[in-house]
Design a protein around this ligand. Structure first.
Ligand code: MLT
Length: 202
C-alpha cells in the first residue's frame, strides 16, 4: 500500500504528542489549529486518509451514509497502524506516548484501532465517534484512557445507539472513559475542545 501523506511538527519536549485524524472531506491540515488549542507545545503527526469519496478524503470506504465497507475498514486500520508505527520509529517516539485525536471519520477509525488491535497506543480524544458495528475482540483495555464527545439527538450522523455501543465497548473492557454530551449535532464546539484540554491536564 502507498505511504500515507502526513505532516509532522515537533513541539516542545514537555508538550503532548498528538496523532491527528480528520473527518470526511478534511485533510492532514484540518486539526492542526485544534491540536495547538489543546496544547500549544504539542508535537503533531497529522495523517491524510487515503480513501477518496467524490474527491473527499476518508480513512476507510463506505457505500453511503453509515454503510461501512468492513473489508476496507480492516485493511485501512492495519495500514494506519503500520504507518503510525513506521513514522514513530523514525521520529523516536514510543507508541504509548501518543494521544490519538480524531473527529468523525478519523475518530471512528481511531476508536476501532484501540478496540480491535492490541497495541501500546493508550490514549484517545474522539470528537463525535460512533460504533462501526464491529466488536470482535475482548482483550483488556484498562491501560487505555479515552475522552469522547457526542452531539446529542441533533447529530444526523451519530445515533444515540451507535454512540452508546461504542462507549459501552470501552467501558466494559475496563478503559478509563470520559464522556461529554452536547446538543450541537455533528459539529465540533469550542466547549468540547476546552473540556478535552482540561481532561488532558487531569
Ligand atoms: C464515517 O463514515 O466514519 C461516519 O459516517 C462519519 C463521517 O462521515 O465522517
Amino acid at each position: 500500500m502507498l505511504e500515507m501523506k502526513y505532516i509532522y511538527q515537533a513541539g516542545k519536549p514537555e508538550g503532548k504528542k498528538f496523532i491527528l485524524l480528520h473527518g470526511t472531506g478534511g485533510d492532514e491540515t484540518s486539526l492542526i489549529d485544534l491540536a495547538r488549542l489543546l496544547d500549544a507545545k504539542s508535537t503533531i503527526l497529522a495523517l491524510r486518509g487515503q480513501v477518496k469519496e467524490d474527491g473527499m478524503h476518508r480513512f476507510f470506504r463506505r457505500n453511503g451514509l453509515n454503510q461501512f465497507d468492513l473489508v476496507s475498514l480492516e485493511n485501512e486500520t492495519d495500514h494506519l497502524l503500520e504507518e503510525i508505527t513506521r513514522i514513530s520509529e523514525e521520529k523516536g517516539i514510543a507508541l504509548a506516548d501518543w494521544i490519538l485525536v480524531g473527529y468523525s471519520n478519523g475518530a471512528n477509525i481511531a476508536a476501532h484501532l484501540l478496540l480491535e488491535r492490541q497495541t501500546s497506543l493508550a490514549q484517545g480524544i474522539f470528537f463525535h465517534p460512533m460504533s462501526l458495528g464491529v466488536h470482535t475482540k475482548v482483550f483488556d483495555l484498562s491501560d487505555k484512557k479515552v475522552w469522547v464527545s457526542y452531539g446529542g439527538m441533533r447529530d444526523q450522523i451519530v445515533s444515540e445507539a451507535a454512540f452508546d455501543t461504542l462507549t459501552e465497548a470501552f467501558d466494559k473492557r475496563g478503559a478509563d472513559l470520559t464522556i461529554m454530551e452536547t446538543n450541537s449535532g455533528h459539529q465540533l464546539l469550542m466547549e468540547e475542545v476546552q473540556s478535552a484540554k482540561a481532561w488532558l491536564k487531569e
